[in-house]
Write a protein that binds this ligand. Structure first.
Ligand code: PMP
Length: 299
């Protein structure tokens, strides 16, 4: 993630990443009390562009409010700083990781009086790889939205993600698919989930998922391509009626699903709606025209 040359932004200064450290008495470390974002910048014909910077930094503000962590920077300031961190590291295509945390030594369970801000950048390939995913329904559920603000990107929520993902890999799968507290399919540990049926898309509604910015983008791209999208609850059994599935996320981008447990999808990904939207997504983030003629491949 960093070398001796890497620069990070830490509490108002651009510093060598090696010096961006945090003490072991930090409240955030003990209680998972921090919020973060995952953002990508892409090389476009107009130069480096951070994709949906405003949406990501608005969600960071929302996450801070949800857990009572103060954030002293506006969306515009955060965006400007992010461009500068990219520039200082000579990065064009990169992942951006803002983290708001409480570095103050504090063992109380009281919301922090001030927040610290790190913005780190690194080159990162698609985080779930390029191969179609073999998913398994996780024995772990997504956190109950009445226990934690699940729509906020809170560091502590990712303990659930880590154990679910590790458990799935331990059983030989690529990634987990988690249900919500009522047994409906929610999302993956770090990505949203869609399935296809009769030329239409289905994805879990907001409420027990992270409202992914990629998910929103895919819904918009689908609707622009006249593909119906249903945001509705569905149970894992319904996947038996699906013809294809895919996951979406800033780090993962759009990645096809080969199977969910014993349910397998045989249409080549390129010929599915997910495959089509993955191409549209790549075009959009890299500032290329979205080619509507590729709609022909729709199944
Ligand atoms: N769900 C979870 C749990 C995630 O961690 C992520 C990644 N941020 C997503 C969904 C996808 O969100 P986005 O498209 O905004 O990256």
């Amino acid at each position: 993630y960093f070398t001796s040359d890497t620069v990070a932004f830490l509490d108002g200064e651009f510093v060598p990443a090696e010096q961006a450290t945090c003490g072991v008495y930090a409240q955030s470390l003990h209680y998972g009390y921090a919020v973060f974002e995952g953002i990508r910048a892409y090389q476009t014909p107009a130069g480096t562009r951070i994709f949906k910077a405003e949406e990501h930094y608005e969600r960071l503000h929302y996450s801070c409010k949800a857990v009572g962590l103060p954030l002293a920077y506006s969306v515009d300031e955060l965006t400007r700083i992010s461009y500068e961190v990219l520039e200082r590291n000579n990065l064009t295509d990169a992942y951006i990781r803002p983290l708001v945390y409480a570095a103050t030594p504090n063992m109380s369970l009281k919301a922090a009086a001030s927040g610290n801000l790190l913005i780190a950048v690194w080159e990162w390939g698609k985080y779930l790889g390029d191969q179609l995913l073999r998913l398994t329904i996780s024995p772990y559920e997504r956190p109950n939205p009445k226990a934690v603000p699940i729509e906020a990107k809170v560091s502590g929520h990712y303990v659930n993600s880590i154990i679910a993902s590790t458990e799935a890999k331990g059983r030989g799968y690529d990634e987990a698919l988690l249900l919500d507290m009522h047994g409906y399919v929610a999302e993956g540990p770090g990505a949203n989930f869609f399935f296809e049926r009769n030329g239409e898309l289905y994805t879990a509604p907001q409420g027990s998922i992270l409202r992914g910015i990629t998910r929103n983008t895919i819904i918009d791209l689908a609707r622009e391509a006249c593909i119906t999208v249903h945001e509705q609850f569905f149970r894992p059994e319904e996947l038996r009626t699906a013809s294809a599935a895919f996951m979406t996320g800033t780090a993962a981008e759009v990645i096809g699903v080969a199977s969910v447990d014993d349910v397998t999808f045989s249409t080549p990904f390129q010929q599915t709606i997910g495959g089509l939207l993955a191409r549209h997504y790549q075009a959009l983030v890299t500032g290329q025209p979205v080619r509507t003629e590729s709609l022909e491949v729709r199944t």
